[in-house]
Design a protein around this ligand. Structure first.
Ligand code: F6P
Length: 365
């Protein structure tokens, strides 16, 4: 074995998604079965690292979890160890750098490297540890599919399936009642989920964060459909969509979170405008966290297994501070520091946008 690694830690950070357990299983089983390493599971993402909550993982601990959604380790999307939020007795908050304390917790357990499974926020968090000398290998997860450097993240395929299935169900009721029906999907500032679910379900209108919409253009399209054959319209709206010259629709601000903006509600805004401008009855369904829950589809189980295995291989090959990525059909790795604080949006020349326009889909802009 070319590396001197004996014990590794694994953690899941940020919002959960289907496939996390597949990665934990692949990392742990590969470490134990192929390389005789010890694996320590950190509980609840970076929060467990700050609070020194971790435990040894055995092969039994990770058996029977491949098909389960969520994460057996727990997760947290509010903790950034370099700006850890401390709440005082008077209710006020201050931020403290707890990275050194975390490194001490890792050193106390003789941990040689950390597998960090998470999205862009977690990769940004990992960069503080890289700078403090901890070898981190990242595994990119998120239903948003918005991590730079990888063509796909695990979790995306399951969310895409859930959103498509919801749109299919909305389709039949929309047709019965001759309504415009909106399904708002997640994705933050990237439209991958809306674009893919919208195309897969044959949505008539798809609104993306990358293309600001003109509400009058959307209304004209819906009216045109109702007057020429189809008396209903299906709209797939990304939570990050915004009108030309307008703002994002923010559901609330979570001040304790490193990324405080929680999007949500643009679907209802669009529904109200369509109804008032056209007189066509319009309804909105906000899918929310149902897109992140439940059983992972086979694609995410497979990708999670590939990524988890590749993370372990990278570590035992002596690689330092990499993130596992999918590049075309190749599983490879890039510098983890390349990823922090960036987001991968849908390019306007994405072939799926062109194909959707080709079959008559309206993007509002
Ligand atoms: O990043 C994953 C995601 O589900 C986004 O699509 C969504 O905007 C956000 O997390 C919701 O965050 P929370 O779980 O904190 O409500």
């Amino acid at each position: 074995m070319p590396s001197s690694i004996r014990r590794i830690a694994v953690m899941t950070g940020g919002g959960d998604c289907p496939g996390l357990n597949a990665v934990i299983r692949a990392v742990t089983k590969t470490a134990i079965f192929e390389y005789g390493l010890e694996v320590v599971g950190i509980e609840d993402g970076f929060l467990g690292l700050v609070e020194n909550r971790m435990h040894l993982l055995t092969a039994i601990d990770v058996s029977d979890i491949l098909t389960r959604g969520g994460t057996i380790l727990g997760s947290n999307n509010k903790c950034n160890p370099s700006a850890f939020v401390v709440t005082h007795t008077d209710g006020s908050h201050t931020k403290e750098n707890r990275v050194d304390q975390c490194v001490q917790h890792l050193n106390d357990r003789d941990i040689d490297a950390m597998v960090v499974i998470g999205g862009d926020g977690t990769m940004s968090g990992a960069s503080s540890f890289v700078r403090a000398g901890v070898n981190c290998v990242g595994v990119p997860k998120t239903i948003d599919n918005d991590i730079v450097g990888t063509d796909i993240t695990f979790g995306f395929s399951t969310a895409r399936y859930v959103a498509t299935a919801a749109l299919d169900r909305i389709h039949t009721t929309a047709a019965s009642h001759h309504r415009a029906m909106i399904v708002e999907v997640m994705g933050r500032n990237a439209g991958w989920l809306a674009l893919h679910a919208g195309v897969a379900s044959g949505s008539d209108v798809i609104l993306l964060p990358e293309i600001d919409y003109d509400i009058d253009r959307v209304c004209d399209y819906v009216v045109d459909r109702s007057q020429h054959g189809k008396r209903f319209s299906i709209l797939c709206v990304s939570e990050g969509a915004k009108p030309k010259g307008g703002e994002l629709t923010v559901d609330y601000y979570d001040e304790k979170s490193p990324d405080p903006i929680r999007l949500g509600g643009v679907g209802k805004v669009v529904a109200d405008q369509i109804e008032s401008k056209t007189g066509i009855e319009t309804r909105c369904t906000i899918l929310g966290h149902v897109q992140r829950g439940g059983t992972p589809v086979p694609e995410d189980r497979i990708l999670g297994t590939l990524f988890g295995h590749a993370a372990l291989e990278a570590l035992v090959d002596g690689k330092q501070n990499r993130m596992i990525v999918m590049d075309g059909r190749d599983v490879t790795d890039i510098d983890i520091l390349q990823v922090a604080d960036k987001q991968r949006q849908v390019p306007l020349d994405d072939p799926l946008i062109a194909a959707a326009r080709g079959v008559g889909t309206e993007f509002g802009g």
